[in-house]
Design a protein around this ligand. Structure first.
Ligand SMILES: [Zn+2]
Length: 169
């Protein structure tokens, strides 16, 4: 890290995160049975298998009502596995509503988990945003909708992020 990269509190340097990367961890969703907070994680039984298999199974579990479900990547006609669409405001595997979802400026602000909230908060609160070097596809922050990026909405978006954070405690 160079001196120019340090000590700039108001500066956001794109950490080059993608939704797919964030989805590798825990995703909080609304339980389809009790409407409480449930989580979607890599299936423990396939967690020690190859990196390729890592994307193929996810386990849904709810601590509130003990509901569980298993997602497996569907097979395509050519026998390859279909990867989910990484977007929101539903989880990419089961299609359940995300737990971290709130209306803001007539739209939906959503996140998969705390790490995702941290990234959004750092980006929205920064006065100076740097894109960094071109990496071939748009990163999470580059793909954020304009209403989140608009500095005029900073206070409202930060307030919404704060309300979502409160849902995690
Ligand atoms: Zn439940």
């Amino acid at each position: 890290m160079t001196a120019a990269e340090e000590g700039n509190a108001g500066r956001f340097r794109d950490p080059k995160s993608w939704l797919r990367g964030l989805s590798a961890g825990e995703i909080f969703v609304r339980c389809p049975r009790c409407a409480g907070r449930a989580s979607v994680r890599p299936d423990p039984e396939s967690a020690d298998s190859s990196r390729h298999d890592f994307w193929l199974r996810r386990r849904l579990s709810c601590l509130g009502c003990a509901y569980t479900d298993l997602w497996e990547a569907p097979r395509l006609a050519n026998n390859a596995r279909a990867l989910p669409e990484f977007s929101g405001p539903n989880d990419p595997y089961f299609g359940l509503p995300l737990w971290l979802s709130i209306e803001c400026r007539g739209r939906v602000l959503w996140a998969y988990n705390a790490e995702h909230l941290d990234l959004l908060e750092a980006y929205v609160s920064a006065r100076l945003r740097e894109r960094g070097q071109y990496m071939g596809s748009q990163t999470l922050v580059e793909r954020l909708p304009a209403w989140i990026k608009d500095g005029k909405h900073r206070a409202e978006v930060l307030d919404a992020i704060g309300q979502l954070r409160a849902l995690l405690v």
